[in-house]
Design a protein around this ligand. Structure first.
Ligand code: TA6
Length: 294
């Protein structure tokens, strides 16, 4: 495990060559490479890496709300879109490793109320703790988030892992796992729809919130160029958001570079974003995704 000179990033490398890199702002996974050095995640060349904005790429953590703040949910209505976890500076808590034929490394990160600035604490005055573990092995990357209520008051939460996958060609991407599943189509006026049995394909902007009918244990498979590339298994994350901004929306995002990058990325985001999870005093909510290389 190496820690960058400016104390901004933590990187880990397995003896077999796989690697992962995490930015302390947001505990954002910036890079995940296989043994051949091939990058699995997309990262904009103009991403802000100083906490002034969420990273445009990698795996930003969404907490405690998904999407824009809304007066309908007063407790989170003063927070920025997707919450504060993706911009706050997390603490690196250490690593654990297992060696041998199934070598792996786990990096732990923490964020709690005490780490937040005064303005954020005023906007969302709850006492909480987040423990985020990033585990790399030869075939997969697991990210596990444990959310605990450390105060006396209950709070509501939504959370999501906003994973930007790197793909060769968005027009050849197929995503399966949503058979007969209901979804909300944000590009089409937030209409409620049901997916047919065919895999999801892309020919324009897509922004959909699926609730996969077969539950979180049933994998979502991302294929690219005719090959299955990623298999995503979820734990306690009942929704999957699919997002690609396409050309016009990419043009409008100052931190999205190159502008043609929408052809090489697709966001497949495991989350708990329908309604709210209520966390009572001393309770915890644990959620995870494991991405296997297919
Ligand atoms: O997860 C999809 C989404 O909520 C989209 O609606 C889109 O706006 C995207 O996330 C990026 O949001 P951001 O706040 O990072 O610009």
């Amino acid at each position: 495990v190496t820690i960058s000179d400016d104390n901004a990033r933590v990187a880990a490398l397995l003896p077999t060559g796989e690697s992962v890199e995490v930015l302390l702002f947001g505990a954002t996974v910036l890079s995940w490479k296989d043994a051949a050095g091939d990058e699995k995640l997309w990262l904009s060349e103009a991403s802000k890496l100083d906490g002034s904005k969420g990273v445009r790429g990698g795996i930003p953590i969404v907490f405690p709300l998904f999407g824009p703040p809304n007066a309908d949910h007063p407790a989170t209505s003063k927070l920025p879109q997707h919450g504060f976890a993706r911009t706050a500076r997390w603490e690196y808590l250490g690593k654990s490793t297992s060696e041998g034929s199934s070598s792996s490394v786990k990096l732990d990160f923490g964020l709690s109320s005490e780490n937040l600035d005064d303005a954020t604490r005023a906007a969302w005055p709850y006492k909480f703790g987040l423990l985020y573990s990033v585990t790399l092995d030869r075939e997969s990357l697991n990210t596990t988030l444990v959310i605990s209520n450390q105060g006396d008051e209950s709070f509501d939460l939504q959370t999501l892992l906003h994973t930007y996958f790197r793909v060769k060609d968005i027009t050849s991407v197929r995503i399966s796992g949503f058979e007969d599943s209901s979804y909300v189509d944000k590009v089409d006026g937030a209409k409620a729809k049901t997916e047919a049995s065919a895999p999801v394909t892309f020919s324009g902007e897509a922004d959909r919130v699926y609730t996969p009918a077969k539950g979180p244990g049933h994998p979502v498979i991302v294929s690219d160029d005719g090959q299955p590339r990623f298999r995503i298994v979820r734990d306690n994350l009942d929704q999957v958001v699919i997002w690609n901004p396409w050309a016009d929306k990419a043009e409008g995002m100052s931190d999205f570079v190159p502008k043609s990058g929408y052809k090489n990325m697709v966001c497949v985001e495991a989350g708990s974003v329908k309604g709210w999870q209520k966390l009572d005093k001393s309770d915890t909510f644990e959620a995870a995704q494991t991405i296997f290389l297919s």
